[in-house]
Design a protein around this ligand. Structure first.
Ligand SMILES: NC(=O)c1ccc[n+]([C@@H]2O[C@H](COP(=O)([O-])OP(=O)(O)OC[C@H]3O[C@@H](n4cnc5c(N)ncnc54)[C@H](OP(=O)(O)O)[C@@H]3O)[C@@H](O)[C@H]2O)c1
Length: 229
């Protein structure tokens, strides 16, 4: 199961998984952006900010696909503003997607994987989960939280053959930046490509099953941000 399968990193991961003959359950709100011509791809429309919808669909999908043994918990969005500019409901909505949905989905997956012979859970963190910067209070809150969750969960479930990994990229060239007012610079050195992150995820999945790649940090060769005029 890949969340955020319709765009950016999630889409690139789906493409590599399909190429490697995995069956992929894709989760997003708008699947019109990614329509692979592959009978192994199953798109499901879910708004991960909605907790009932998220848990009900995830449980139903695991019941229908009991062989599912990988969760790539990737979906997320950016909101970068001074903290005083956020309303209470914007704060709640943001954390519902960027932190709570990861926790709920992995809880459902852990129950499922413990009843099987184990599996993999991979979270998309961020460099913002390593260092806090201005205007990223909410984003860093979610990503620091996700990092703590990932570390503790890994310790909790590794004895059940469940491998938990966290990938922390810097700037990745994806539609994530649409509407944010800034993006990576134009040069190749200014951003990681979504495919680079997808390759790392495939490496995590294919590593020897007794080894756990706990956390991987990635950054572009040059950190250059371009502001929209
Ligand atoms: N791009 C970067 O520089 C960067 C750096 C570090 C970490 N990350 C992290 O990488 C992950 C993927 O980001 P990306 O760069 O690939 O961004 P993206 O291209 O904007 O993709 C985000 C994905 O999340 C899905 N999504 C967003 N809100 C959703 C919701 N409420 N319910 C269900 N799905 C939802 C989107 O699908 P729909 O819109 O169709 O619902 C889309 O498939 C995020 O967790 C992000 O924080 C990104």
């Amino acid at each position: 199961m890949v969340t955020g399968s319709s765009s950016g990193i999630g889409r690139a991961v789906c493409e590599l998984l399909l190429k490697a003959d995995y069956k992929v359950l894709g989760i997003a709100r708008d699947h019109s952006k990614f329509t692979p011509n592959d009978t192994n791809y199953f798109p499901f429309e879910v708004d991960l900010k909605n907790q009932n919808e998220t848990t009900n669909v995830a449980k139903a999908l695991l019941k229908a696909h009991p062989e599912a043994n990988i969760l790539i918990s990737n979906a997320g969005e950016g909101r970068f503003n001074p903290i005083e500019n956020f309303s209470t409901s914007q704060i709640k909505d943001f954390l519902d997607l960027n932190l709570i949905s990861h926790i709920l989905l992995s809880q459902i997956f852990v129950r499922h994987l413990k009843a099987r012979s184990g599996g993999n859970i991979i979270f998309l963190g961020s460099e913002a989960g390593l260092t806090g910067k201005r205007k990223a209070t909410l984003y860093s809150t979610a990503k620091f939280g996700l990092r703590g969750f990932s570390q503790a969960l890994s310790d909790e479930v590794r004895a059940s053959n469940i491998r938990v990994s966290l990938i922390n990229p810097g700037l990745v060239r994806t539609p994530f930046f649409n509407g944010l007012g800034f993006r990576p610079g134009d040069e190749k050195t200014h951003a990681i490509e979504a495919e680079d992150v997808a390759e790392v995820i495939m490496t995590v999945l294919s590593s020897r099953s007794q080894t756990i790649l706990d956390e991987i940090n990635m950054s572009p060769a040059k950190n250059v941000i371009k502001f929209d005029s």
